[in-house]
Ligand binder design. Sequence first.
Ligand SMILES: Nc1ncnc2c1ncn2[C@@H]1O[C@H](COP(=O)(O)OP(=O)(O)OP(=O)(O)O)[C@@H](O)[C@H]1O
Ligand SMILES: [Mg+2]
Length: 920
Amino acid sequence: MGVHDDRILLDRAREREVLDELLTHARGGHGGVLVIRGEAGVGKTSLLRHCAEHASGLHLRRTAGVQSEMQLPFASLHQLCRPILDRVGSLPPPQAAALSVALGIKEGETPDPFLVSLAALSLLSESAAQQPMLCVIDDAQWVDSASGQALAFVARRLLADSIAMVFAVREPAVNRDLDGLPDLWLEGLADDDARALLHTVIPGRIDSRVRDRLLTETRGNPLALLELPRRLSSTQLPGAFVVGDERELPERIEDAFLARLDALSREAQLLLLLAAADPADDPILLWRAADRLGIDASAAEATEAEGLLTVDSGVRFRHPLVRSAIYRAASPRDRRAVHLALAESIDPTTEPDRRAWHLAAATIGPDETVAQELERSAGRARARGGLSAAAAFLRRSVELTGDPTARADRALAAAQASLQAGEFESASHVLQTAEEFAFDELHRARADLVHAQIVSASGALDEVPALLLAAARRLEPLDPVRSREAYLDAWGAALFAGDRAGADMREVSRVVRSRRLFRDDQHGTDLLLHAMSVLMTDGRQAAAPGIRRALSEFLVEDLPVDRGMRWSVIASAAALETWDFETRNAITMRQLQRARDAGALTPLAFGLNGAAITMAMTGRFEAALRLCAEASAVNQAIGSRVPPFGGMLLAALRGRESPAFTLFEEATRKADESGSGFGLQWAHWTGAILLNGLRRYDEALDAAQRAWDAWPDWFVSIFASSELIEAAARLGRPNRAAESLERLTASARVGGTEWAVGISERSTALLSEAADAEPHYVAAIRSLSTTRLRPELARTHLVFGEWLRREGRRVDAREQLRIAHSMFTDLGAEGFAERARAELLATGETVRKRTPSQHEELTPQEAHVARLAADGRTNAEIGATLYLSPRTVEWHLKKVFLKLQINSRRALRSSLPKYEPVAG
Ligand SMILES: Nc1ncnc2c1ncn2[C@@H]1O[C@H](COP(=O)(O)OP(=O)(O)OP(=O)(O)O)[C@@H](O)[C@H]1O
Ligand SMILES: [Mg+2]
């Protein structure tokens, strides 16, 4: 047989070109990523190697995943970053801390996974600023999931960093972290090259039928071309080829490798199995374990001679398929033996987790000691932010637990951990075990709770309230604290699901009220849940005093950030229900601040959304825009499906038709998909605002009606009725809105705030007979003037002016319309400004259309970066806010400078109009 030189790369001209371009870009300061995909043996690793060898001028960093059940969190990321870890100190301190804990360098608080990812991005970016970098990640399908997510995060954010990232993924791959990144599918070699490669293994004459058959069956897969002919005996070669084999290529290649085992001694076979069983490239460990099994060093010579495994300063298989083939083919007994030998060779103080895995794999029946060890490993993994690894440790520990109660306990913990890691299938699976072994009521109830959480996390929001309610009921006598949390979650889920929910807020409320659980407690949270239940069962009037008291208690209650977030959503709904804008604002801002301080991203996304709503309502659109941009950066980072509530309201008020409709379409789709009736209702309500601004009253009426129908009389539907009234009035159909007015005024009366009075007076005016209207308009303006709700005030001047014009009082009308127009223009409410301008025109006054200001040419991302820079923040700080690398920030800024024709950060302030800082 001939010798194949691994370094020769046939074919692949196109692929090399693509890679060359990527490297050239990286050298020039433009980051990029490429995912090479293809079946086993098709040549991905070879292509990566070629790329690495031609990466002159680039700092090469590489890592590879290894197939193994063993999960060690951040193993691959650690390997990739190891030589540049001395730069960790130059990262912003929260990032430095997160990365150090994740990589096991330091102990500390469990880091947020996204902060770890951001830190990795900053670190690589920082290093690439010194020298351009090529990161090669081979066998990405096997990279541990914590690293995989971090690397995918980095890959999605390469823009202005001198970093090229190249991944190789063996297909079909289960993991979809890298989906959507630019990819390149590798196929077999072209016919000529396949022939040439075949020639290196069968140099002599070869029967043309055999050759053609080989070429067809391998489809040019180079590994198959190199390995399959070795199975053919010298007598077979010239004659007929083995009958067609139906199996997949990788399997056939594995068999070709396995066929070579026959020639080896038992010792050599065991050595191979040892090497296959531990993913680490660690010859010292290997020899230590080999020693325990009585394997002589000479065994390695045999494995090398067969071209299967080389052990020198490292442990290298001829190909990853050798590893998997050998492990798969081994008897369970042999496998346990090698795992035990490995476990016993590992120092429990330095590598307890690796040892625990091997021990577990060596154990057949229930074994409490090993199960406990795995549990401890899970705890360590979790402390480093390796949720997926923690879940894997726990799941294995369940399998080794004999005692049914302990088994149910661990299975519940495993289900919860899997859920947190976003592995819903594993979570459901291990939950079944929990249910099977849950002999007592408490376990069964807790299993119900986890089941509800899994359903919620996997997106079917409409089913959640009923599930949570059932769990809460069950838990009540057993675990009051958990039960109360479950009731709260049920209530919140019902609020979010809106009319889509199987069990609605009324039902949850009735149950809550029928229990004494919450009544006597003095905590704001308990008061709040009780008050909201009263609201649902007995109505506004009865609930209002309780709500007010609950809110003021809630504002001083100290809650952990994630629970605080869940409560805040309900508290702010309660505040809106009573027309209490300032309290709602205080709740939201406090939540935002706490989420920022804690670096907790899910609560942060909620806080940003809430704050954006405040800013939009008070007419601080620039600030709202920034918050929305930040919220969308966070949402993207955490893959959240929460509809952009703040963004919708803002878009509606700003009134730019086409971007607004695009946003609404997207938001509606999201809300629909996730079963959020509340999200849909919100979209209808804010859509009505937009349409009223655009003078499309027919459609506005329709949208407002749909918002109302979604959840009549509660929360947003009251605001929607104000839109309905305005649209009906403009259409000359006041009767259409009579009922809405009744409900609105009733709600406003209970609220009793200036905001409530203002809106109800305005609505009354809109539907009044001509003679009665004026005092209501005047009263509305008076009330709203005392609030911060500038857009509502401007809208009141507008409708007053419109009425005056219709009454023929041109001069008075002009005065009101001028105020409205100038307010809208200042705010940036373009739709309503245009409506005011048209009305003014009708009074005979011409106003020039507002010319779009310079900064409108900036993309939202650029505008956001510019704002933050004008705030005096550094690139690193801006990057930390927007989940970008500092270099990418710099790149955006350069474009901003160009567009605004300035050349310094200092000039930014004066070039960005209507600058307004946001608290928090
Ligand atoms: N273009 C090529 N020209 C010559 N030989 C090649 C070429 N591509 C791959 N080979 C040879 O084929 C074998 C398998 O290639 P490689 O290991 O790169 O495949 P792979 O796609 O990485 O497989 P896996 O999915 O198992 O990791 C190697 O021995 C390699 O030398
Ligand atoms: Mg490979």
